[in-house]
Design a protein around this ligand. Structure first.
Ligand code: TYD
Length: 132
């Protein structure tokens, strides 16, 4: 899987409340090495603004809504996430930004590698050169 993709998750609708889940290698194409979440984002703020050399991610809007903008160096696509029963698979090598966070939104991110500052490309010019 080397393209970004919205992945639908299993959904158990229940009058007691709904339930969804994720298992590595089943709903996701990678082993989950790390989980982090982004919360309490002030209005108008944006996150991201980098690419990863190796890390792959899966992003779910557990609560509220936000946009993820993915750029392969040639084209940009905006994915609006606003439900907890699907998420966006982000392959390595995509420039990523996140914006339009709603009040109280919660972004869950599952990642394929442990945190490593060396895996980040934070310079857009360098990213463009790598993407060619
Ligand atoms: P960063 O990845 O730059 O955030 P975003 O891309 O969402 O804007 O991370 C912000 C800070 O958090 C940075 O100083 C590194 C730290 N951090 C970790 O220590 N571990 C992690 O797993 C992540 C994602 C970030």
């Amino acid at each position: 899987m080397d393209k970004p993709q919205i992945i639908e998750l299993p959904k158990f609708l229940d009058k007691r409340g709904n339930l969804s889940f994720i298992e590595e290698f089943k709903q996701l194409p990678f082993k989950i090495e790390r989980t982090y979440w982004i919360y309490d984002v002030p209005g108008g703020e944006h996150r991201g603004g980098h690419a990863y050399r190796e890390n792959e991610e899966f992003i779910v809007a557990l609560s509220g809504s936000f946009d993820v903008i993915l750029d392969d160096g040639k084209e940009k696509h905006t994915y609006s996430l606003n439900r907890s029963y699907y998420g966006l698979y982000v392959p390595k090598g995509y420039w990523r930004e996140m914006n339009n966070f709603s009040t109280n939104s919660l972004a869950l991110v599952l990642a394929s590698t442990p945190y490593s500052p060396n895996d980040y490309i934070r310079d857009y010019t360098e990213f463009k050169l790598n993407a060619e």
